[in-house]
Design a protein around this ligand. Sequence first.
Ligand code: ADP
Ligand code: MG
Length: 615
Amino acid sequence: MGELVVGVDIGNSTTEACAARLAGAEVEFLGSGLVPTTGIKGTTANVDGVEAAVRAALRTSGVQLNRLKRVFVNEATPVISGLAMETITETLITESTMIGHDPRTPGGAGLGVGRTVAFAELDECSPGAEVIVVVPLGVDFAVVSKALNAALERGVGIRGAVLGNDDAVLVANRTSRPIPIVDEVRLVESVPLGMTAAVEVAAPGRTIRTLSNAYGLATVFGLDADQTRAVSPVARALTGIRSAVVVRTPSGDVSDRRIPAGALELQGSSARLRIDVGEGAEAIMAAVGRVAPLEDASGEAGTNVGGMLASVKQNMGDVSGVGSAEVRIGDLLAVDTFVPQEVRGGLAGEVALENAVALAAMVRTSHGPMQQVADAVAARLRREGAQDVEVLIGGVEAEMATRGALTTPGTDRPLVVLDLGGGSTDAALASRDGSITTVHVAGAGDLVTRLIAAELGVERDVAEEIKQSPLAKAESFFHLRLEDGTVLFSAEPLPPEVFARVVAMAPEALVPIPTRHSVDRIRDVRRTAKHRVFVVNALRALKQVAPYRDLRQIGFVVLLGGSALDFEIPELIAGALAPYGVVCGTGNVRGSEGPRNAVASGLVMAQAESVREVA
Ligand code: ADP
Ligand code: MG
């Protein structure tokens, strides 16, 4: 018979539960459930999620809520994390000097250099003049091609054209001589006239070669070394695209500024350091290492870093009921990234990749108001029909996690659990003598999603899809080219909305990715983001919990948590640990739950064991 109990683990993102029958020291696990956490972890807003998780666990167990006798919740160490992104460079064009964009369909191919003339003035050009024709929005392609052909006929050297409309291919097909044509230039009326300009269009599948090369620009425009240095940001902004126009205006001033990113103030137990975020991730992490253990951090007021750290502290203060002035930042992770940003002063919505630093910060306090949460859960479950349920705080999260992890077949102490969650990466070492050491480091799955979103310029939910599934391209209605190059045929025609698109191969469906980035580029961004967050954090966390900081002293590393479900993060971490001879793999709690449910299962097992000890 026994008593019906449920163990509940309230995480920052996910609330997990498992139902079991306890008879003395005997445990019989029945079923488990998992739902998104409601509210901030450790607050009474969690009650809805807990009820849902309990119900889910009972449903899979085939038992009624009114039979429930006891619920064990974890003594959560509230760990709150925050993310911020700080752009540290900016490309700024004060005079209009460049149009570099990727219209879907430029026309012609090659490089042309000439003086810019307005379409309306084409008739006045004398034979032999070398010109780039600038055509305003709204002029019909038939009119444009007719005028271009007439001018070519008269001997005018038309070297290229810039169009406001999306008509490059239509015009190119009707022009008697092939010329490079760039279209869809939003601010075509701002293109300076009477200036030397170069138009470059690459063949399909290629990118421009001359205007994206500083020395190419120097050759085309006859620049000296100083002038070349000044235009080199133009070359950088034009890298990797199929077509571009550069207009040389004498006063043209493109500058690549470093913008003050704000300083971080790091307080360690014995040292204090100030570091400019603009120095990049490596320098920041070195500083964090130098002041270790970090006791607090703050950012310069009025900057993104300052705002982010302040809001993390504020949140934490609200949750734990202590003033935000008493909240301390326990860890920081900085990651170098780059974000596409519109170039100020560009004419066609040009985008340049700017350097940025992403920061994850984590705050920890010793006690959250867990008893309040437990009481609220009890009240709710009683009202819902579990009349005599008792809700108990069952144990420390890290201890329960290692207990649960040790149910993974093939594991033994000394063992380190690496819990790869949403906000933080948590390590717990269970040594041979049973003692437990824990460490929490900032940065996990949410930061990976954020980096993918920023670097590719996509929404958060699209980035989440990209993170979780391999990519493919629907090359025809009946086959997909997978990211590893293999082809997958489909007996049924693929849905029309995925045709010729990059898709994420989610378990249930093909999710089209609204982007023009290639499969290879997206894959590269995805894997780099995972590496920069999880490999870096796994090594940071392990070095802090390992005895003598020597990773070879660890026998087994068990990966747990939502991000351990990822299709490549576990292998990236295992690869990084291979040189240390550690056994590393994704956990399989109770031999059946995969990397989920360790804490919830541990809570139930701890109860059974305490009975055993008493007996
Ligand atoms: P917590 O313990 O903080 O509640 P979780 O263990 O639920 O967090 O982990 C949440 C993270 O796991 C999120 O960043 C989410 O994107 C990620 N995640 C969940 N499922 C998957 C999956 N199948 N593949 C990759 N990442 C996943
Ligand atoms: Mg968790």
